[in-house]
Write a protein that binds this ligand. Structure first.
Ligand code: HEC
Length: 133
């Protein structure tokens, strides 16, 4: 049910619609990704063996794209499946990021790693971040 709610928040566009995406801060998103995510998930999003799940073409990320702001803000724990592997290590909350920072990371991650880039409206991203449990 929860993921259904998130799905409703998603606006899915194909690559060719990228003019609809506000990409002006994407290099800021890339910089933040490098500083806050890449030491675990790697620059190319491939993750680390059985410890850190990949973001690159992650089915989990695609299905939970709307939850990304809250994953960043709160971290993630409990066993999850990504592709054919399962992961049990907890991801720590990434602190000290403003709402705009979180938004910029999400835009970058959702453009760069899914098979088809995923677009979520800025306002929805920021609002979701504000309302994380
Ligand atoms: C200290 C290492 C670490 C850092 C830093 C980190 N993560 Fe994670 N991340 C993990 C681990 C471990 C999991 C698996 C959590 C679980 O099994 O419940 C995970 C899970 C995820 C997932 C869901 C699984 C998947 O692969 O699709 C996403 C999305 C994600 N992280 C994004 C990010 C983003 C974006 C950042 C930077 C803002 C980040 N992570 C920073 C370790 C990390």
């Amino acid at each position: 049910m929860r993921s259904l709610t998130f799905l409703c928040l998603l606006f899915l566009f194909s690559c060719s619609d990228s003019e609809l995406v506000d990409l002006k801060n994407i290099s800021h998103g890339a910089e933040l990704y490098k500083n806050y995510c890449s030491n675990c998930h790697q620059m190319d999003g491939s993750g680390l063996a059985q410890l850190i799940p990949p973001l690159y073409q992650s089915d989990y990320l695609t299905e939970n794209a709307g939850a990304l702001p809250c994953i960043i803000k709160n971290g993630l724990k409990g066993k999850i499946r990504v592709g054919s592997n399962s992961y049990t290590l907890a991801m720590p909350a990434v602190r000290n990021l403003s709402r705009d920072d979180v938004k910029d990371i999400c835009v970058y991650v959702l453009q760069k790693f899914p098979k088809t880039p995923i677009v979520i409206a800025d306002s929805v991203l920021k609002n979701t971040h504000k309302n994380c449990p």
